[in-house]
Design a protein around this ligand. Structure first.
Ligand code: SF4
Length: 434
């Protein structure tokens, strides 16, 4: 069955190359007899930029901006899909099973989009006990998961030793289980709490059992934007530097972008440019995931802590599916040194999350057994494992479970898969490209 779907996919996947881009001959891709679709793309003024990206040439910032300013979603999506198929010719699309565990909601920072945090003296503040944490890990393993995404607020009192003990306890009790933990803002905060250099903090946590870093708290990596919507949180250079030093220590991390609020389109491109530059330098990012800002139901402002400052993000209209798919597709075209792009079905829902696989994503992300932060903002979707697998199948691919390093962790079912070829790994770009 999948062979027929695969063949259909190959045909569609080659559409760009055969009809729109003559890679070998370097001739004009459209020749003299243009179809209506081709003519529309040519007239849109972005065809030469899409051609470049599909051929594997790096886009400039101006070219990236031209794409974001365009409304030709179909053309941009087709180009992003062609790039995805070039990077991922395997007949699979992947997903992960993990659980989002928030060890504490106490936070010294103020982010105008965050309805999850509480000031440390707030009655709702909690710190997860070991018993509850272990229970959550046991449930995750029972559901076929292999890691937790462990994040919290910027707790003002917990010392670095508390985090080390937590990691070491998890490793002792669940050997081989991955802790994908502590976003760059938290790790930067740990240097302030401990008074220790960043490299020392990261090395100590790595030694204690930290497996990989999530890309949380990236929002938009432009200080103008960060200062408008967050206070007391790491700025751009330090967010990137946490990842840089972690990569230098041999670690891997993911990168994110939360868009659709106060940033300009040029600032979205600047964000992508900063990620691309760091990936050139270290090659340590495994994947990129973007999502639209989910406006909180009401301003999550706590007393005078927030009076008179910040942005009431509950009043911002949420970006729609068009903007999400276009931004993800442009990200696929711009981030030529990132191997993997994840769909964000948690914020976009099943239908758009599935369509994201046709707009540059090669991965459905995680089953996400628990998602507190987005849920607090009022917008959260839940998909079962079978729904995620069906979403992938309907696009003509076989679903495969992977770990955070994009290695298959299920048993290969079809001949010719990477696992059976001996690699057991998807193509992650380890070295700088471009
Ligand atoms: S997003 Fe993170 S850093 Fe910002 S207020 Fe919420 S918990 Fe704190």
């Amino acid at each position: 069955m999948w062979k027929r779907n695969r063949r259909q996919h190959d045909l569609v996947g080659r559409w760009w190359f055969q009809r729109s881009f003559s890679v070998k001959t370097k001739r004009s891709p459209f020749g003299s007899r243009l179809t209506g679709v081709e003519r529309r793309i040519r007239l849109s003024g972005i065809a030469h930029i899409l051609d470049k990206a599909v051929a594997g040439e790096r886009l400039s910032g101006d070219e990236g901006l031209r794409l974001l300013e365009s409304h030709d979603l179909a053309a941009i999506g087709a180009a992003a899909d062609a790039v995805t198929r070039r990077l991922h010719p395997e007949p699979y699309r992947t997903y992960n099973i993990d659980r989002n565990v928030n060890y504490s909601n106490a936070c010294t920072a103020v982010c105008d989009f965050c309805a999850f945090y509480r000031p440390v003296d707030h009655p709702d503040v909690y710190v997860l006990s070991r018993e509850v944490l272990f229970e959550k890990i046991e449930e995750t393993i029972a559901l076929g998961g292999d890691q937790i995404l462990l994040q919290g607020g910027l707790h003002p009192k917990l010392p670095l030793e508390w985090y080390e003990e937590l990691l070491s306890d998890v490793r002792t009790r669940f050997p081989g289980f991955n802790v994908h933990g502590f976003s760059p803002p938290e790790l930067y905060h740990f240097t302030k709490i401990s008074g220790l250099p960043l490299r020392t903090v990261l090395q100590r946590l790595k030694d204690a059992g930290l497996g990989s870093l999530p890309g949380g708290g990236g929002e938009i990596l432009v200080d103008r934007v960060r200062k408008l919507i967050t206070r007391g949180k790491v700025l751009t250079d330090d967010w990137l530097n946490v990842n840089r030093v972690w990569h230098e220590l041999g670690g891997r991390s993911s990168a994110t972008m939360m868009f659709g609020h106060v940033e300009t389109l040029a600032e979205r491109i600047e964000h992508l440019e900063r990620l691309r530059q760091l990936q050139d330098e270290t090659g340590g990012f495994t994947a990129y995931i973007c999502w639209t800002m989910q406006p909180p139901n009401e301003p999550p402002w706590f007393g005078k802590h927030r009076e008179g400052v910040g942005v009431d993000m509950s009043k911002l209209p949420p970006a729609g599916a068009f903007e999400y798919l276009k931004t993800q597709a442009v990200s696929r075209l711009y981030l030529d040194n990132f191997a993997n792009i994840q769909s964000s079905w948690v914020t976009q829902g099943e239908k758009i999350g599935q369509m994201a696989l046709m707009f540059g994503a090669n991965d459905m992300g995680s089953l996400m057994i628990e998602e507190n932060v987005v849920a607090e903002a009022g917008t959260v979707y839940h998909l079962s494992l079978e729904t995620i697998r069906r979403c992938i199948r309907e696009t003509g691919f076989e679903p495969r479970q992977r770990n955070v390093f994009y290695e298959y962790v299920d048993k290969g079912k079809s001949a010719g898969c990477a696992a059976e070829a001996g690699g057991n790994a998807l193509p992650v770009l380890n070295s700088p490209v471009g």
